[in-house]
Design a protein around this ligand. Sequence first.
Ligand code: NAD
Length: 466
Amino acid sequence: MNKPIARSKLQDQIAPRLARLRAGFNSGRTRAHAWRYEQLFRIEAMLTEREDEFAAALFKDLGKSPGDAFTTEIGFVKAEARLARKRLRRWMRPRRVGTPMLALPARSKIVPEPLGVALIIGPWNYPIQLVLAPLVGAIAAGNCAVVKPSEIATHSAAALARYLPDYLDPDCITVIEGGVSETEALLAVRWDKIFYTGGGRVGRIVMAAAAKHLTPVTLELGGKSPAIVLEDANIEAAARRIVWGRFLNTGQTCVSPDYVLVAPGREPALLEAMKAVLTHFFGADPRTSPDFGRIINDHHFNRLTAMLEDGEVVAGGQIDKNSRYIAPTILRKVSPEAPVMQEEIFGPILPVLTMASLNEAIAFVDARPKPLALYLFSRSREAARRVIAETSAGGVTINDTVLHLAVPGLPFGGVGDSGTGAYHGIHGFRAFSHDKAVLNKPSWPDPPLRYPPGSRFKRRWLRRIL
Ligand code: NAD
């Protein structure tokens, strides 16, 4: 095993690379529309020309099928970059706002400006998407950036380090690989923005490090995202969409439905329907399915297999330690106190609990940390209205799972324990911009109302116009 390198030595190694990015940002070229457009275009070109290499890396890391690699990573980022490129001029344009009487005559506008040099730290579960989609926002907003992919998805990190420099401006964008020591060394430096995706434990470390320099952060965290299935739900559709969302990427998805709360009368039908969907998606033996992946490492494999004991296995349950295979598993009769209900599962296990009423389901959700996503399956508009109004979550999808994150107009992010800040589309641009307030006044006329000395006349007028 490699000995961890001392932090000061790492900082010495990182320093010249950061100095180059600072100089790149200070050169002013990232502020130009042409630079941003070109870099976004090159991200698309890289993903088109190197699609096979990135897909191969994703397969090696996560057993990800070429279809999933394209839909959830490569194609996803290409669409994000294309949208940013096309909307860039509009996003960059200053926005006029009204000016109150007291400040007249004057013109007021909001001028978005880049923050500077950003650090983007990614996790291993969507190792390409979750660093490149934030990078699209960073570039669109005119920043320089260091991309720090997760060391756990080794092949994807290596592919990013190998290809990104071929396509993007090396004075402004760079990849720094590494694990905990390298990330700690990076976090000790002053950044203009830190964008972190991963678990809450490291999220706290990131926020504490950022606080030292008053650096703004976006934290894209996780949590236990519930799926509520009411009495009036279309059970076939609910089963298909919950199973898809839960077992996508072998359950290693931050917005996966983490557990199901179902009306007791519908539990048998839902379980039967989900079992049928599992067979339809992955065949009688999911081990042989090209659409079902493997667990990222032994640590997570061991953590997950312990959870298989936490309820009655309705489907799945088989494991293979050598290939880190865990069959798509559905559990029932699960206690809310069981370990599987205490931490985010982040694997192919779905506990199903019964909830007598919508009130009870809402109370259950509200008593726990705010989830990243919340799903409701019901035909009732009133139920949807209540769930949206009476619970807090990063995002809500009614009658489906995961898909709200694919709508670029919607901000993607958590709230409370599931994160702070958001991105995708214009929200990514905003995450890496400062909205600068600009008031522009002519020197004349200069009404004396606000200047001393005060008088009854002035006060009377001030009362009228404020
Ligand atoms: P991870 O272990 O890969 O860690 C994320 C990053 O933190 C890595 O780059 C890693 O190098 C760094 N890191 C790890 N330990 C560190 C330390 N002690 N100090 C500094 N940096 C450190 O990923 P993870 O945390 O296992 O990711 C899974 C979690 O991420 C889940 O909770 C999931 O829900 C969440 N997630 C959220 C989103 C989202 O968009 N909101 C997306 C994917 C994953």
